[in-house]
Ligand binder design. Structure first.
Ligand SMILES: Nc1nc2c(ncn2[C@@H]2O[C@H](COP(=O)(O)OP(=O)(O)OP(=O)(O)O)[C@@H](O)[C@H]2O)c(=O)[nH]1
Ligand SMILES: [Mg+2]
Length: 303
């Protein structure tokens, strides 16, 4: 545990916002480790991911939430939205991330659903993309709209350029209550290895397959055996579930080429994380319309 300190500040801080605004990137950059997967595609995060920032005098437990999308009517999506909103209630502060240039109707809906009694910080991310005078003007124009939600701060940031992230942490600290550390100070996340491995495989599938297909993919690690036969090799078996039969060949690719690429990319990353050689086997299995199936979603922990 972190040394006893009567002025120690500690609390949970949720990160919410539309898909793809940079929530997971923000948490990873602050924590300094890629604990939550990041891709260029929407709705990458499917389960809340905890990222812990510890120092001598404070500890912030960030919750990186799934992106909130009011239009997507899949049961999967409805559940992700419910999960995200349930995570902003018992926090010491909430961060809503927006893209600096444009305010979307979903941004406004998210902001209007944030609890009034939890300090709200609005982070205008991807400021590095704001280059022209008209972009800057567009950003300044949205500020009065945002002020209606009574945020304690509206902060332009760039995760990519690490711009104003230290200031963001400083602001968060002012809203943390005094208390005991919530976690060991060496811990950066509470994810179990099965989940972390499945997320790495899912990220590599998202990066290898076309748009939209990733809404239809789920990954489950079914076997994890470390130090097999006294060797320094970890045996991992995972199943990739697809919701439609037509998706199977899209994941496997001609002559199994795509699946091989997914396997090789995942193996490379897992080797670093686990510090052992990796023997990864992947199976692609049809689970018709799993993203509309309550019991399958329950099984995958998306409840
Ligand atoms: N230019 C720029 N791109 C960024 C910045 N922050 C994040 N991105 C990119 O935005 C994309 C989405 O990032 P994520 O962190 O996965 O976004 P997210 O909000 O967690 O997305 P979901 O999990 O789908 O809700 C990635 O391609 C990031 O590299 C930034 O400050 N500037
Ligand atoms: Mg994310």
């Amino acid at each position: 545990m972190v040394k006893k300190n009567d002025n120690f500040l500690t609390g949970y801080v949720s990160i919410a916002g539309r898909p793809n605004v940079g929530k997971s990137s923000l948490m990873n950059r602050i924590i300094g480790e890629p604990v939550s997967i990041v891709t260029r595609k929407k709705q990458t995060t499917r389960s809340p991911v905890l990222g812990i920032l510890s120092s001598q005098d404070y500890q912030i437990a960030f919750i990186d939430n799934p992106g909130i999308d009011f239009k997507n009517k899949l049961l999967l999506n409805k559940r992700l939205k419910k999960i995200a909103f349930s995570n902003v209630i018992y926090t010491s502060a909430n961060i809503v991330v927006l893209e600096a240039k444009t305010l979307f109707s979903d941004d406004l809906k998210i902001l209007s659903n944030m609890p009034e009694d939890v300090p709200l910080i609005i982070a205008l991310n991807k400021i590095d993309k704001i280059k022209s005078v008209s972009d800057k003007e567009a950003m300044y124009k949205i500020v009065p709209e945002l002020e209606k939600f009574k945020p304690v701060n509206i902060l332009p940031i760039s995760v990519k350029k690490s711009y104003q992230l230290e200031l963001l942490v400083k602001i968060i600290k002012t809203y943390l209550p005094v208390g005991e550390p919530l976690f060991e100070n060496t811990l950066i996340t509470d994810q179990n290895l099965y989940f972390r491995i499945s997320e790495i495989i899912r990220k590599n599938i998202i990066n290898c397959v076309g748009d939209e297909l990733h809404y239809n993919i789920a990954v489950e690690v079914t076997k994890l055996q470390k130090g097999y036969a006294r060797s320094s090799c970890t045996i991992i078996e995972a199943t990739i579930f697809t919701s439609k039969l037509s998706h199977k060949p899209m994941i496997i690719g001609e002559g199994g080429r795509k699946l091989k690429a997914i396997r090789l990319r995942s193996t490379k990353e897992l080797k670093i994380i686990l510090g052992t050689n990796i023997h990864l086997s992947l199976w692609v299995k049809l689970m018709t319309c799993w993203n509309k199936n309550p019991s399958f979603l329950n099984h995958m922990g998306i409840t």
